[in-house]
Design a protein around this ligand. Sequence first.
Ligand code: UP5
Ligand code: MG
Length: 195
Amino acid sequence: SMLRKPFVYFILGGPGSGKGTQCELLSKNLNFIHLSAGQLLRNAISNSSQHKTTIENCINNGRIVPSEVTISLLDKAIFENDKSDTFLIDGFPRNYENMINWIELMDHKINFQSVIHIICSKQTMIERIQERSKTSGRSDDNLQTLQKRFITFQNDTQKIIDHYRDLNQLIEINGDNSIEIVQEEILKRFKQIPI
Ligand code: UP5
Ligand code: MG
């Protein structure tokens, strides 16, 4: 049982910006729990859940899965975990519907901290995903789906990032640098946040 509400950070950024890579390192460096919304959805496909087809169609077309599906997976993952009280939620919320439903269903149960936005040039992201596609086995790691993921990021997710900037709850990080430099920059910014 949780003695106090879990702390939650959102990590956003385009496809291949380094969300997963940076969250993995942060989870080791700071003893935070990394939850990738995308990975939870991919796991739900192989668990042949009732939402299998919906999730599969969205992922293969770079579209955003309805928030009740994603939030229920995140809710479960947060409250089934007792290894740490701080969670890095990678790749969520991606649109207005995600954000509004999260606020309604989850805000009272968690202690929201801030959003980290990893800013990366499109060229860098394309090169990284193309390289990763050789071994990732991800059905969305192809140029056609990647273009759709960029469009969704531009049309839907960028608004969410702008919203958190307006609220002064956004930390922006240059994601074009090496993995180590990006991590250092995030760690520096974390040390400025009183938890
Ligand atoms: N790499 C990383 N950082 C590097 C660096 N600094 N220098 C050099 N190389 C670097 O990194 C990508 C690759 O680049 C890796 O090979 C890495 O080694 C290298 P990674 O850390 O994996 O980047 P990440 O930002 O996590 O990229 P990812 O492809 O996972 O981002 P997406 O946002 O596209 O994917 P996600 O898994 O979050 O979502 C997939 C789909 O699920 C979405 O398109 C959507 O359809 C669905 N989804 C929802 O519907 N709702 C959600 O809430 C979440 C997902
Ligand atoms: Mg990822």
